[in-house]
Ligand binder design. Structure first.
Ligand SMILES: *Cc1c(COP(=O)(O)O)cnc(C)c1O
Length: 354
């Protein structure tokens, strides 16, 4: 079963990583390469390492099994579940945290196996996903962590443009640096990591306005897609086509654009709406919502439009294409972030490294 497949260009990926980590280095910033979007596939992780990332970071502990063979320090990105504290200590060197209860559990597990686990406390600067929203709560937690065994507070971080769509600015990231300074003074500690967010912080890096003091970024999308995520612009001298989806045509027929009969709910419980465009040439390809969503992909043939999909069928309108397609033809698509994430996760999609 060779299709559907995702072709991954490892040298283009490594080029992206090198270009962006070099730019970060110029600004005193180390990169944590985020591997969750490709389920920490070892060949891609190697491209990250060879490209120059300083840390490996993932949100799921299952993926850490595949990171084991790499010697770089590993950071758990998603706040740990208290129930996984034992595995957190076992597999990750550091984790992002915002609940003292969870940190206490991590401390207990770390003491049990004689390990030191590093804690990065998250600050919510307004995006309203994870992190301490009120500074005093953060200072209180920091004070307690100082007294706990088996854990060490090594830094603070923030995450923006994920839930609330808040864009990183010199002002909000400046506040992170300020909080770091306050924390160091208050508790007489030195923090080695000030993590200024994800791929949405890239524009500040390139226009030279990222506040001094930010010394870490956690990057996924920018490395794999050559794109920042604040405005969705391509990053200079990077590739946006590291990943390519190739799928096979299983039906090509002229059909009306309006279904025939009374309209009920579709396979996912929605009542579909259709526009009457007359008779169109339609193609079905062998991939479906179990693997990715119709919005996740962009046809290389610009005259093709994606109409929709069900669990295992992707329906395309090929009426305007200049190419005379036949059943069995292979069609190529670019992948957006969600497409890479879902496609790489689907065991029904073959991965091919080029
Ligand atoms: C996924 C994730 C990132 C990486 O985000 P990108 O936009 O892909 O760069 C960074 N930090 C955290 C906490 C994440 O969960």
């Amino acid at each position: 079963m060779d299709y559907p497949r995702i072709e991954i260009n490892l040298s283009k990926l490594q080029h992206n990583v090198k270009t962006i980590t070099d730019k970060c280095k110029e600004n005193g910033i180390k990169v944590a390469g985020v591997t969750k979007v490709f389920c920490a596939d070892k060949k891609l992780v190697k491209a990250y390492v060879d490209g120059g990332v300083s840390y490996l970071a993932d949100s799921r502990l299952q993926n850490f099994q595949r990171l084991k063979d790499f010697s770089l320090p590993k950071i758990l990105l998603r706040l740990p579940m208290i129930s996984e504290a034992e595995e957190v200590v076992k597999y990750a060197d550091a984790s992002l945290n915002s609940e003292i209860e969870t940190i206490r559990a991590i401390s207990r597990e770390a003491v049990k196996i004689g390990k030191k686990h590093e804690i990065i406390l998250m600050v919510d600067l307004g995006d309203l996903r994870e992190g301490y929203f009120y500074e005093d709560d953060l200072y209180k937690s920091a004070e307690e962590i100082k007294k706990l065994e088996g854990v060490e507070l090594i830094g603070i971080g923030t995450n923006l443009t994920c839930y609330g769509g808040v864009i990183p600015t010199p002002e909000n990231l400046g506040r992170l640096v300020e909080i770091k300074n306050n924390l160091e003074k208050k508790h007489d500690i030195k923090l080695k990591i000030i993590s200024g967010g994800n791929s949405s912080s890239i524009p500040l890096l390139y226009d030279g306005t990222i506040p001094e003091g930010i010394n870490n970024l956690r990057l996924g999308e920018s490395l794999v897609l050559g794109r920042e995520t604040a405005y969705g612009k391509n990053i200079e001298e990077t590739f946006s086509d590291v990943f390519k989806l190739v799928i096979e045509a299983i039906e090509i027929k002229d059909k009306p654009s309006l279904p025939v009969g009374e309209i009920g709910k579709d396979a996912f419980g929605n009542v579909p709406v259709f526009e009457d465009k007359g008779i169109r040439k339609r193609m079905i390809c062998a991939i479906g919502r179990q693997d990715l969503l119709p919005d996740d992909i962009t046809p290389y043939d610009k005259e093709i439009t994606v109409i929709g999909s069900s669990s295992d069928h992707l329906i395309l309108d090929i009426t305007n294409s200049k190419i005379k397609y036949e059943v069995g033809d292979k069609l190529e698509f670019g992948l957006k972030y969600g497409g890479i994430l879902r496609g790489m996760t689907s065991e029904y999609v073959k991965k091919v490294y080029v």
